[in-house]
Design a protein around this ligand. Structure first.
Ligand code: AMP
Length: 481
């Protein structure tokens, strides 16, 4: 972090309020570079690791500059994975909360028509994976004619996944007059080539971490036979007794096997891999973020970019075959200046992967002796106590932002031709309510959801019991969050 204040950027009060409720006290290094540049509408290329506050770095100026009145999307954010799309959507939604910005996420393996309906409504920002974004553009369900901001997040990963052609197709549909922001952890040559095609005199910044994750994280190595991995995993989890732990495996099948064994042993454990339904993947991620269970077995789908606080231990049950994955996996712990531990298992014929990792991180991982039987035995009592304890549930990140907001359900929607203007008109006719108290309005087929801001929800609810909307009294109640 560097000294400075968000007040220096002359942001609107709505944004400053959200930033303060998110507990961002001063801009991080990457934010102090990116925010003023984007506010000045200049293109920028940023080399920076995840965990540096890079999402807010582009989200803050974009949320500041988008025009609330415009109905068509004004910003597109490209991400390599669906999980990251959902996370970026959440972060942008929180930052734009009091400006009442609508942020949609679109990604594959999710019903197209649901996203199509969402995009039909006023949407300021669309976050998505390249394939699904192209589908929406091709089918005319995403209008890109008013896009003024393009963000390419985790660009190196996107190119690794072979998305280059899709990215170029998306860009060809966008207006030329726009601000383009590209963020990447590494800067291979093909990124420079891409930037030269799509950017105008970009500013380039490189953010070196003051205290790199690799230094904050204690890294340990265990030699183990393939058949003995499960026993070593059991012993180490007993000795370490983490509050929250990710176990990475190289294949879906190993994730399934390790998960099944741990569940059998009564561990509080779930799994995450690309073979699962999208809905289940998102559910598992959310529950893990909130601390509903302690152990998550996963493939690399969970390694990149995801922001989960307070993971105390990462275990590479299988050593990753690619050196960058190692850094991404261990980076799930030791987030934003916290300490953490990462343990890696290596079998006899995997030393070439280990050597690659050593060369890449510029140091040797500390080789450990496996714990003595006696040590495991002594730790067992504490481990069992924790296993039988309910984990502490954490408040979700945006919770503070929602305390003054009440979501209301109106029992009428598109089928009865309800429009935002009908809702706004009725609400503003209530004494003490102005447009500034009305948050996001979401009109579905037979229901409408409206957010009432500034602690005025209860009084609005009372008034609407006898105030007609679009000529009729409607059933109005508090909506379940
Ligand atoms: P990112 O690099 O976008 O994954 O962000 C990493 C974490 O830093 C997220 O949990 C953010 O909520 C948090 N964060 C972003 N900006 C700040 C800030 N200025 N001060 C404190 N935390 C921040």
């Amino acid at each position: 972090m560097i000294k400075g204040s968000f007040n220096e950027y002359q942001l609107s009060v709505e944004l400053l309020k959200a930033i303060s409720l998110l507990n961002f006290s001063c801009p991080t290094k990457v934010q102090s570079q990116v925010i003023p540049t984007v506010l000045a509408k200049k293109d920028i290329i940023v080399r920076s690791q995840t965990g540096s506050g890079k999402t807010a770095a582009f989200a803050i100026p974009i949320c500041e500059l988008v025009d609330w009145e415009q109905n068509k999307p004004q910003a597109i954010v490209l991400t390599p994975t669906r999980e990251l799309a959902v996370q970026v959507r959440e972060d942008m939604f929180h930052i734009g909360r009091f400006k009442r910005l609508k942020v949609a996420a679109v990604f594959g393996k999710y019903p197209f028509h649901v996203q199509e309906k969402e995009l039909k409504q006023k949407t300021h920002v669309v976050v998505g994976t390249p394939g699904r974004l192209i589908d929406h553009i091709d089918r005319g369900t995403l209008d890109t004619s008013c896009v003024r901001f393009l963000v390419i997040d985790e660009a190196d990963e996107m190119l690794n996944m072979g998305f280059i052609e899709q990215i170029e197709t998306i860009i060809s549909s966008l207006p030329k007059e726009r601000v383009t922001i590209l963020l990447s952890a590494t800067m291979p040559q093909d990124i420079h080539v891409l930037c030269s095609k799509i950017m105008k005199d970009p500013i380039r910044v490189e953010i070196e971490e003051e205290n790199p994750a690799a230094d904050r994280i204690a890294q340990e190595l265990y030699h183990v036979d393939q058949t003995d991995k499960m026993q070593l995993l059991r012993d180490l989890t007993i000795v370490e007794n983490p509050d929250s732990c990710m176990i990475f495996c190289n294949t879906k099948q190993t994730v399934d096997e390790v998960h099944a064994e741990l569940v059998e042993l009564n561990y509080s454990c779930e799994k995450l891999h690309g073979g699962m339904e999208q809905r289940d993947r998102l559910g598992v991620m959310n529950q893990f973020k909130q601390g509903f269970f302690r152990y998550l077995c996963a493939t690399d789908v969970a390694a990149r970019g995801l922001d989960i606080d307070d993971i105390t231990l990462v275990i590479n049950y299988d050593i990753p075959h690619d050196k960058e994955s190692y850094v991404h996996r261990i980076g799930r712990t030791g987030r934003v200046d916290k300490l953490g531990k990462a343990i890696t298992f290596v079998t006899q014929n995997e030393h070439k992967f280990l050597n690659d990792i050593h060369a890449y991180i510029g140091k040797e991982i500390h080789l450990m002796e496996r714990p003595e039987k006696e040590t495991v035995h002594q730790s067992k009592q504490d481990f069992t106590t924790k296993t039988n304890m309910q984990p502490e549930i954490k408040e979700s990140k945006g919770a503070q932002l929602s305390t003054e907001i009440t979501k209301i359900h109106v029992n009428a929607g598109k089928k009865t031709k309800m429009r935002p203007v009908d809702i706004v008109g009725t609400l503003c006719s209530i004494q003490g309510i102005t447009a500034a108290d009305i948050g996001i309005i979401n009109i579905l087929d037979v229901s409408t959801f409206v957010e009432i801001l500034n602690n005025k929800g209860e009084s609005v609810l009372r008034e609407l019991q006898d105030t007609p909307i679009k000529g009729r009294l409607r059933k109005v109640s508090k909506a379940d969050r």
